[in-house]
Design a protein around this ligand. Sequence first.
Ligand code: CA
Length: 231
Amino acid sequence: MTERILLVEDEEDLRMTLSDRLKAEGYALETAVDGEDGLRKAVEEAYDLIILDVMLPKKNGFDVCRDIRKAGIVTPIVMLTARGQLVDKVLGLKIGADDYLTKPFEVLELLARIEAHIRRGATSAKDAEVLQFGPIRIDLKGTTVFRNSKAVPLSAREFRLLRYFAQNPGTTLSREVLLKEVWGYSEDTFTRTVDVHVGSLRQKLEKDPKQPAMIITVPGLGYKFVLNAVL
Ligand code: CA
């Protein structure tokens, strides 16, 4: 799978140079030209890494970083600071940035940092304890679910159903399969139970429960958990 990077940088030359280079390295790239645009993209879509300049129009990089973390998004963030902004580095790490690079930097140095952070992310995803889907964060170990950093109270069954969906994204799951995997039943007599619980999850997690974007109905077949659903 191609790793996705969000680059938030207002200097056009640097944005172009980095975009071209990162694309050439095989990353899928999205760019933003100011802080507000960057924050919106970071919250609405899932990325493997975010490169965030500090000095940005509309909203500075520190505020963007803080708001990304406030939204419960745990994607690694590499901040780009200007030479001599030592205080800024400390502040950046304090508000949830994972790394920083001082301008001007060698592109190779940035590539090495990106690779290290993405690899670290991928390693932890294998025995993932936290799954993040836009504003929804599922803490598997703590069995807690957050929407925009606010805890969403779920029953144990709802949690297990959501966890099963989230661990099988993009797959059409029949009611029978869900009953078997989540409830442990093998008969197909209680399929309505699945509908009730899916309805309840939608009420709690979807932006518009009547027009679900995350857990969608596949007519005649069952349900599908959509990755990168904009919620
Ligand atoms: Ca800048």
